[in-house]
Design a binder for this molecule. Structure first.
Ligand SMILES: *[C@@H]1O[C@H](CO)[C@@H](O)[C@H](O)[C@H]1NC(C)=O
Ligand SMILES: *[C@@H]1O[C@H](CO)[C@@H](O)[C@H](O)[C@H]1NC(C)=O
Length: 264
């Protein structure tokens, strides 16, 4: 801002031929008499004060800096490390950061499964047996049905991951839906219809086309990028990784995250 003010003062002294400056001088108008901190508040004021292009570029910088961090996790419902990552890293970090808007979550429940097509339906085969396929499918359906409400499907997946085993998958899937006031009817229907089938196939495609290719689960990407360093940091402290990746002003949840130590 200091630079801007200096530049403006130079302009008013030297460049009387400029129409912008003339307007500024002939109409030392109400808004330009205010503090420069309000000049970028509206296009009209910015133009009257002769700072339109500076205001535009300042806004551009703010927009890119505020891009939320996109965390994607490729997982499968019964893998113990996926359960642990979901409920010890992903869900707690999401709950802390959701309101600040700096974190976006994306979950791809498929993992090391395989698929084959039979007629016009996909048949899935999962690492931890048929119950895992059921789990992947209900999770995928919840994500699809509650797509614009990530806090609801995250709560659902967290519940399913917390409580499910190979023996109780569908009972738990139903109990979690009831507990969270999510229609089990809709999830169950989706799990058996063609839309649910296509959604799960889409999860398979997203997993298969990863670059570098998926080697294990949970597999984490940050803004679409996976490497060993990102994976290790995500496993150790996802909240801190999201905070350090975010380029905008850090929300309070981020400073608290770093300050949660007991110094002697
Ligand atoms: C997440 O943020 C949304 C929108 O700000 C809010 O409606 C929701 O209650 C939040 N969820 C949690 C779990 O904090
Ligand atoms: C449960 O969901 C239904 C339908 O979405 C809604 O009308 C109702 O208010 C919800 N109940 C509670 C306790 O949130």
């Amino acid at each position: 801002m200091q630079l801007l003010v200096t530049a403006l003062m130079l302009c008013t002294c030297t460049a009387f031929a400029s129409s912008t400056v003339l307007r500024f001088n002939s109409n030392p108008n109400r808004d330009c008499n205010q503090s420069p901190s309000v000049w970028c508040g509206s296009d009209d004021v910015a133009e009257a004060c002769g700072v339109s292009s500076q205001c535009r570029s300042a806004k551009r910088v703010q927009r890119t800096a505020a891009e939320p961090v996109e965390v994607t996790i490729y997982m499968e419902s019964l893998c113990p490390d996926c359960k642990a990552f979901f409920n010890k890293q992903l869900y707690p970090a999401w709950r802390k950061l959701n309101a600040s808007g700096i974190m976006m979550v994306d979950v791809v429940p498929y993992g090391n499964a395989k698929e084959t097509i039979k007629g016009h339906r996909w048949i899935f085969e999962c690492q931890h047996g048929p119950a895992e396929c059921e789990g992947n499918q209900v999770e995928t359906c919840a994500i699809g049905l509650l797509n614009d409400k990530p806090d609801r499907w995250m709560a659902y997946l967290s519940c399913v991951e917390e409580r499910s085993t190979a023996d109780n998958m569908l009972q738990v899937a139903e109990q979690c839906a009831v507990a969270l006031n999510i229609s089990w009817d809709h999830i169950n229907t989706c799990s058996h219809n063609e839309w649910g089938d296509k959604l799960e196939h889409w999860m398979a495609e997203r997993t298969r086309t990863l670059n570098p290719p998926l080697q294990y689960v949970p597999w984490v990407t940050i803004n679409g990028v996976h490497n060993e360093d990102i994976q290790k940091q995500a496993e150790a402290n996802l909240l801190q990784l999201v905070c350090s990746t975010y380029k905008g002003a850090k929300p309070a949840e981020c400073t608290q995250a770093v300050a949660s130590r007991c110094y002697k």
